[in-house]
Design a protein around this ligand. Structure first.
Ligand SMILES: NC(=O)c1ccc[n+]([C@@H]2O[C@H](COP(=O)([O-])OP(=O)(O)OC[C@H]3O[C@@H](n4cnc5c(N)ncnc54)[C@H](O)[C@@H]3O)[C@@H](O)[C@H]2O)c1
Ligand SMILES: NCCCC=O
Length: 497
């Protein structure tokens, strides 16, 4: 089914694709939804046209998917790490081979530009390749004890893990969650966002084609209700969630009832600090990368840009010039650098944030629906300051707030004055200052002299209310496995009784 959809992709242009294939996947195949009367339209962001119908899974369907995943887990978890690695490498190879088609579908469903979607799909297969490499390295310890006794540890999988995704990186989020889960011997049931239901099921088909047991990676469609069913299911061992802070709190609460492990990848309002000794052109490019990828709908964006007062005029001039030059338009065209926001409500939400009296330096709103382009900056503290709602809250749109600062001590205090802690950045030529600032910023990542690069070898995750647990990097193995200790007596039992 997906093959037929993918095969038609090379000819697809914006406004032409309609997806009719079933979007659920378990037992190794696409599954027809049972409650079709509950369907919700899914829109193509660039046109506002209906792309497909999303039918949420109910309790019985969720149960079927989880049971299918559990059956697969019993087989997959008994395979050697190297055997799992071979299957995962094949999945990575297939994604690489089909990346143009997958990226195109991602654009049609999400509205981001094709240039970015191709990078997202590259990062997805690289993630699967990276964890395939780690699958064969999972090992425990041997511990010598008195009298010839010894103990050893085994790194074991958790069981059936649930992945719940946001809409901004649909295929990539499904890959970032499934790759470490599968490498450790788990199965995964993944629920994409109801706004972007189309590409996770393609990942499921690719895993199957690569040779995973039927059911190992399942996809159930739905929103909050389906997500709730997943979090409460007694056969689920772990929930890995990407999304907003309010939903993250609910996920944690629900998971606590079953004492399930949780990873939370939540929102942010990250600071980017630009010192006067920076290489200005790099800092300007960094600020744009920190704010405008995926139309600003990126969790780790550096949306609070603090610029040292002495260079504010030059910085603003350059940043405004470059922002005005961003090509907005059809996201499927190679030359487009900013596509469409995910939905009309999201557009309205973003506009609501900026209608607060801030000076908007440049603003384009394109027809028909969701194109938006706003740079909201000001050199004065009165017009754009730390206390404004749009500077404190996550907007999740292409809005950059720029504020002046005077000293390092002051800016660190202001940068940390937030409940979020996902990412941060600093531009300076002073190496000591760079590392000192990185140490003092309360965030899970600090970019020095760059912003928003996410190599899969590098851990990614938040401090404070931006969540806990990590994705990517070696450490994530610990979030998808558990340690068993085996204690071995070689002599007689010395009993006190
Ligand atoms: N830290 C990260 O890695 C990261 C990455 C991408 C997005 N995000 C964050 O995600 C947010 C935007 O995404 P969104 O609007 O899809 O977030 P959201 O919290 O509204 O939804 C995320 C997912 O949770 C599901 N969900 C909603 N209510 C639920 C419930 N009660 N129980 C179970 N599942 C439920 C949704 O259907 C969706 O699949 C932003 O805050 C952004 O910063 C974080
Ligand atoms: N490049 C991945 C960033 C994920 C956050 O939205």
């Amino acid at each position: 089914m997906a093959q037929s959809l993918l095969n038609s992709m090379p000819q697809a242009t914006t406004g032409t694709v309609v997806v009719t294939d079933h979007l659920n996947f378990w037992d190794g195949k696409r599954v027809k939804p049972t409650q079709e009367t509950n369907s919700e339209p899914v829109f193509e962001p660039a046109t506002g046209r209906v792309l497909c119908q999303m039918v949420p899974c109910g309790a019985e369907e969720v149960d079927e998917a989880i049971k299918s995943a559990h059956a697969a887990y019993l087989k997959w978890s008994k395979m050697a790490g190297m055997e799992r690695a071979r299957v995962m490498l094949e999945a990575a190879r297939i994604i690489r081979e089909r990346k143009e088609k997958i990226a195109k579908l991602e654009v049609i469903n999400n509205g981001k530009t094709i240039t970015e979607a191709l990078v997202d799909i590259d990062i997805a297969w690289q993630c699967i390749e990276y964890y395939a490499g780690l699958a064969g390295t999972l090992a425990g310890q041997h511990i010598q004890l008195p009298g010839g006794a010894f103990a050893y540890t085994r790194r074991e999988p958790l069981g059936v893990c649930v992945g719940i995704g946001a809409w901004n990186y649909p295929f990539q989020i499904a890959s970032w969650k499934s790759a470490p889960a599968l490498a450790c011997g788990n199965a995964m049931v993944f629920k994409p966002s109801p706004m972007t239901p189309v590409t996770a099921v393609i990942l499921a088909e690719i895993y199957k084609e690569a040779g995973v047991p039927d059911g190992l990676f399942c996809v159930v469609q739905g929103g909050a209700e389906t997500g709730t069913l997943l979090c409460h299911h007694p056969m689920v061992a772990k929930v890995s969630f990407t999304g907003s802070v309010p939903t993250g709190k609910k996920i944690m609460e629900m998971s606590s009832k079953g004492v399930k492990q949780v990873t939370l990848e939540l929102g942010g309002k990250s600071p980017l600090i630009i010192f006067k000794d920076c290489e200005l052109q790099n800092a300007v490019k960094g600020a744009l990368m920190a704010n405008f990828l995926t139309q600003g709908q990126v969790c780790c964006n550096g949306t609070r840009v603090y610029v040292q007062r002495e260079i504010m005029p030059q910085f603003l001039e350059e940043v405004v010039k470059r922002t005005k030059a961003i090509t907005l338009g059809d996201p499927l065209l190679d030359g487009t650098r900013m596509g469409a926001l995910i939905s009309k409500p999201q557009l309205e939400k973003v506009l609501g944030f900026v209608s607060q009296g801030v000076q908007i330096v440049t603003c384009y709103i394109m027809s028909p629906f969701f194109h938006l382009h706003i740079l909201c900056v000001t050199p004065g503290t009165d017009n754009c300051n730390d206390d404004m709602t749009c500077v404190k809250e996550e907007i999740f749109g292409p809005v950059m707030s720029v504020m002046p600062f005077d000293t390092e001590e002051e800016v660190i205090k202001r940068a940390n004055n937030t409940t979020f802690g996902l990412a941060s950045g600093v531009f300076t030529r002073d190496i000591s200052r760079a590392h000192r600032v990185a140490e003092n910023l309360e965030a899970g990542t600090c970019f020095i002299n760059n912003y928003n690069i996410s190599p899969v070898e590098v851990p990614f995750g938040g401090y404070k209310m931006s969540g806990f647990g990590r994705e990517n990097g070696q450490v994530t193995i610990e979030y998808y496995s558990q340690l068993k200790t085996v204690v071995v007596e070689m002599g007689d039992v010395e009993s006190l009784f």
